[in-house]
Ligand binder design. Structure first.
Ligand code: NAP
Length: 260
């Protein structure tokens, strides 16, 4: 099946690399010169109109600021085709103003897409079974996926979109804590990163609740509860909730600005 990707930056490039084995991928982007380096792996076009004509499924991985311009360019070539938009802040209703006869899917990935480990939230308002199967097939190549009501997309942006940055700050703090206690930097990094990744793997594999896992480690009057007391005193839960909520609020503000 032919998939045309419009915009080959961080997201578009990651998608192309992830789905290339299973789909016939074509590309168009801002600079055709840059795309020429991809000529041996993908079909490349010097304009979005021909690219969107080629594909049976169209992926939009351009910045939200040029959404209207690109939708105008492709609108006559995507009738009865599925268009998957990865643009932050652009609502399905906005896209439908331009693409009246297309199936529109909105997806929100996160940065582990770089290693095919994105958790991608997606939504649509009208889709047939065959198209839904194709969406899932594409998203499964990028990592895992979660279907969500579009009303939650700004909250998803706060949680999983910005989440990798929040997690990185926690990891960084753990590394610094190790260094503070005299552990050499490289070892502190290895210990902290692997503590995060193996804890998350355990939660996932055993389908454990985080509080059950905490209880496994926390013996009464022991070392872990002494540390947890300090985390609670530092309001770690409120700080994390506030961070996700602030990111949600900002996403909503940016999205609303796009419609003014
Ligand atoms: N990065 C993330 O973590 C992330 C997460 C969630 C959602 N998103 C969304 O994903 C979308 C892409 O983000 P990104 O980080 O990949 O952005 P990016 O790296 O800036 O990529 C944008 C791409 O669009 C191309 N482009 C510019 N003008 C174009 C035109 N007229 N026609 C076709 N292509 C054009 C650019 O080409 P040139 O470089 O040649 O100009 C570039 O390849 C955005 O809407 C963003 O909101 C990103």
């Amino acid at each position: 099946m032919k998939v045309s990707i419009i915009g080959v930056g961080t997201i578009g490039k990651s998608i192309a690399e992830a789905i290339n084995k299973d789909f016939d991928v074509s590309l168009s982007s801002g600079s055709f010169e840059k795309l020429k380096a991809w000529n041996n792996k993908y079909k490349i076009f010097d304009n979005n109109i021909d690219n969107s004509e080629y594909g049976e499924i169209i992926i939009l991985a351009i910045r939200p600021g040029i959404a209207g311009k690109i939708l105008n360019e492709i609108k006559n070539n995507v009738k009865n085709k599925m268009v998957i938009s990865f643009m932050a802040g652009i609502k399905i209703d906005y896209i439908k103003q331009y693409l009246t006869d297309s199936i529109i899917v909105r997806a929100m990935p996160n940065i582990p897409i770089l290693i095919k480990k994105s958790v991608t939230a997606y939504c649509y308002d009208n889709i047939d079974n065959a198209s839904l199967t194709n969406v899932k097939k594409i998203l499964s190549k990028l990592g895992t996926y979660v279907e969500i009501d579009e009303n939650y997309i700004d909250a998803v942006t706060g949680l999983s979109g910005s989440g990798p940055a929040f997690v990185s700050i926690m990891v960084d703090s753990m590394i610094n804590a190790g260094i503070y206690l005299g552990i050499p930097k490289d070892q502190a990094r290895e210990l902290a990163i692997n503590t995060f990744s193996s804890t998350l793997e355990l939660l996932n594999k055993k389908n454990m609740s985080p509080s059950d896992l905490r209880d496994e480690v926390m013996t009464p009057g022991g070392t872990t509860v002494a540390g947890i007391y300090e985390l609670e005193k530092g309001n770690i839960r409120t700080a994390i909730t506030d961070a996700v909520a602030a990111s949600y609020k900002k996403s909503k503000e940016i999205s609303e600005k796009l419609y003014k």
